[in-house]
Write a protein of this length. Structure first.
Length: 214
């Protein structure tokens, strides 16, 4: 039976979050392998500023053509450097990009359907959007592990890595907001087991919730 058959069907919405270098991408990939629709807001943020998009045109009008690279694409590194140290400019950037990201996320979610959906939102707690989701799934690890991964992955200095961590929500705040927690301190095999269990739980929970809407 098609789980989306009745007109009142609504996919269970799961917000997947976690600090930088916590393992969100690995978890999202496993969910995708299990057939769950995975919508990544980082990818959407890149898509909505592709050349020719209204959002990129608004950014150029606001910040000038110097934010573009030689190919007419948004120079993300230059833009990030420009706004990171200037809260006023960051707010101007977010006022343009955030509505576009949310609109595109909603459109993709509508098309994706599925018993449940995974929306990958790194800054879920900082943006105050946790209440919009049925469940918040946190990928949790220690700050020491995050530092090690950041240093190995991005080639950041320890000072830069600590600044990035300090700019995000605290581990305590993320844990307070979470309904489900994956403690990512083991192997990739451990992650697979965690995600497979959640996959079963979310599928059953979606069926129960939608049965009440019949």
């Amino acid at each position: 039976m098609n789980p989306n058959a009745h007109k009142n069907f609504r996919p269970l919405l799961i917000a997947l979050t976690g600090g930088i270098a916590s393992g969100k991408s690995a978890v999202a990939e496993i969910f995708a392998q299990l057939g769950a629709p995975v919508l990544d807001t980082d990818q959407i943020a890149r898509d909505v500023v592709e050349p020719g998009t209204p959002t990129l045109a608004k950014l150029v009008a606001e910040f000038g053509s110097e934010i573009l690279d030689a190919n007419g694409r948004l120079d993300r590194s230059r833009m990030r450097t420009r706004v990171f140290a200037d809260p006023a400019q960051r707010k101007r950037l977010e006022a343009i990009t955030h509505p576009a990201i949310r609109e595109e996320l909603a459109a993709r979610a509508q098309r994706a359907q599925g018993p449940y959906q995974i929306h990958v939102i790194p800054l879920l707690i900082e943006s105050g959007r946790a209440e919009l989701y049925d469940r918040v799934l946190l990928v949790d690890t220690s700050e020491e592990a995050q530092l090690k991964r950041l240093l190995a992955r991005d080639g950041s200095s320890e000072e830069q890595a600590r600044q990035i961590l300090a700019a995000q929500a605290s581990r305590e705040d993320r844990l307070d907001a979470a309904d489900d927690v994956i403690v990512n301190t083991g192997t990739l095999q451990d992650l697979h087991k965690f995600v497979q269990t959640l996959h079963r739980n979310y599928t059953v929970l979606s069926e129960r919730i939608n049965a009440q809407n019949l």
